[in-house]
Design a protein around this ligand. Structure first.
Ligand code: ZN
Length: 451
């Protein structure tokens, strides 16, 4: 650790006033933001800086939050393209996932996390529900520990109605949460954390939902669940339980600010009202929703009603990338064309969702999501000196509409430089890819999946 001075860049703070200091500076002391402002840095900071980063023609922004992924799917992407959700699960996800072992979960997560960094994400929330080997969770945590990203593992579970290989008895789910809480939760000053991850309404019993939510509240943890991703799933819930997915959460007494509802596409008007009344963060995955033809969540309307929306890529199996900068553009474009209103979402709102919205989903709005004094030193530098973006009239517009993962130059988490000059420093990328390629081939052979 130590001190880092980032100077001469366009500092996009994403603070409550949405300030952009262009040019501006940012001073990091150990794992925190110690100072920032417009113009040249004060002499005193220049003298104290151990590392100086010249951010000329670069945007300096808070690290993006990827609020929902499934890192194990890194090995599965491209395997069964162009199918609807339920067919895609049967053809691609289930056969390989059943055979997954901890070392493969680790390697898939390593590749996925490096890709997240390259796409500008410093915080990643992994919904990890492959427990045919319980140590898969540890493999994923180990990857997050090594790469150095901020990481929240939603430990996925299902106890009914799902593929038998993935269902677990409730006692085991609770015992594993206790084990993971002791082993990983809060490590590295809270850089690694844990929460509950009920998979989907049709795979989770009312009883275990209530039991795990009580535990989550007593441990001060959140809950993340897939909600209303497809019409078929909502119809199933209406047949079985007589209500929509959000109504069901409300009926169980679970709907609140500590719950992240991934997708939330097929909601009734009443359910959107319920969300606005009780709280609950919607995690929007526009690329995955388009890829699987799941539908369009009513994001602009939700935002108008005060519902917090975060952004995510979803798993690499249904995207197929982990590029949060691409997600920014997809969010804006999807809602423009869907509403036939070019003004419906501004670039600043989209960036807010990926930063502040993500920080709220992550349960750490006081620590991440904006560049403000006292917050964690999680910072991304994006190169705007490129034919892709020149000339830059408005930095936030260029970030959302012009650049992609290839322009991410530097990534800092907790004051540690994970990537600089477009080179990943935290991992030997070439060696990792070689090892992952081998492991993936072995996994497919064992799973009996031929490509
Ligand atoms: Zn998902």
């Amino acid at each position: 650790m130590g001190t880092i001075l980032i100077e001469k860049g366009s500092v996009v703070t994403v603070d409550p006033e949405g300030r952009v200091h262009s040019p501006g500076y940012l001073f990091l002391q150990d794992d925190r933001i110690a100072a920032l402002g417009p113009g040249d840095p004060p002499q005193e900071l220049q003298e104290r800086a151990e590392i100086r980063l010249d951010a000329t023609h670069m945007a300096v922004l808070p690290g993006l939050v990827n609020a929902h992924t499934h890192l194990f799917q890194t090995f599965i992407r491209g395997l069964a393209d162009d199918r609807p959700l339920l067919e895609w699960l049967e053809a691609a996800i289930w056969p390989v996932a059943q055979a997954l072992q901890p070392q493969e979960a680790y390697l898939a997560a390593m590749v996925g996390l490096v890709e997240n960094i390259r796409g500008g994400a410093t915080s990643v929330l992994d919904h990890q529900y492959i427990h045919t080997d319980l140590r898969n969770d540890d493999g994923v945590y180990q990857a997050a520990e090594e790469v150095g990203v901020r990481f929240l593992l939603a430990r996925g579970w299902t106890d009914m109605g799902y593929h038998p290989a993935f269902m677990e008895p409730p006692d085991r789910i609770v015992a594993e949460m206790e084990r993971l809480r002791k082993a990983w939760h809060g490590r590295h000053d809270g850089r690694l954390r844990l929460e509950f991850g009920p998979l989907i309404p049709w795979g989770c019993s009312d009883e275990t939902m209530r039991r795990t939510h009580q535990l989550a509240q007593s441990w001060g943890m959140g809950t993340q669940i897939h909600i209303a991703e497809t019409q078929a799933e909502v119809e199933m819930n209406r047949r079985q339980r007589g209500m929509g997915h959000v109504e069901w959460l409300a009926h169980l007494g679970i709907l609140g600010p500590d719950v992240q509802l991934v997708h939330s596409i097929w909601l009734s008007d009443r359910e959107i009202e319920l969300l606005a009344e009780r709280g609950g963060v919607v995690v929007h995955c526009p690329v995955s929703n388009m890829y699987l033809a799941s539908g369009v969540a009513r994001i602009p309307e939700m935002r108008r009603k005060g519902i917090v929306v975060a952004l995510a890529t979803d798993g690499p199996g249904s995207n197929n990338s982990q590029d949060m900068l691409e997600t920014l553009k997809a969010t804006a474009l999807l809602h423009k064309v869907h509403s036939l209103d070019a003004m419906v979402l501004q670039p600043e709102e989209v960036l807010w969702m990926a930063c502040q919205g993500g920080a709220i989903a992550f349960g750490q709005p006081d620590r991440i999501g904006s560049l403000e004094v006292g917050k964690k030193a999680d910072v991304v530098l994006v190169d705007l000196d490129t034919p892709l973006a020149m000339p830059v009239h408005r930095v936030v517009s260029a970030l959302v509409y012009n650049v992609g993962h290839g322009e991410v130059d530097t990534v800092i988490v907790d004051g540690q430089i994970l990537m600089q000059g477009k080179k990943v420093l935290c991992v030997d990328e070439e060696a990792l890819l070689a090892e992952a390629r081998k492991a993936c081939a072995a996994l497919f052979r064992r799973a009996g999946v031929t490509v």
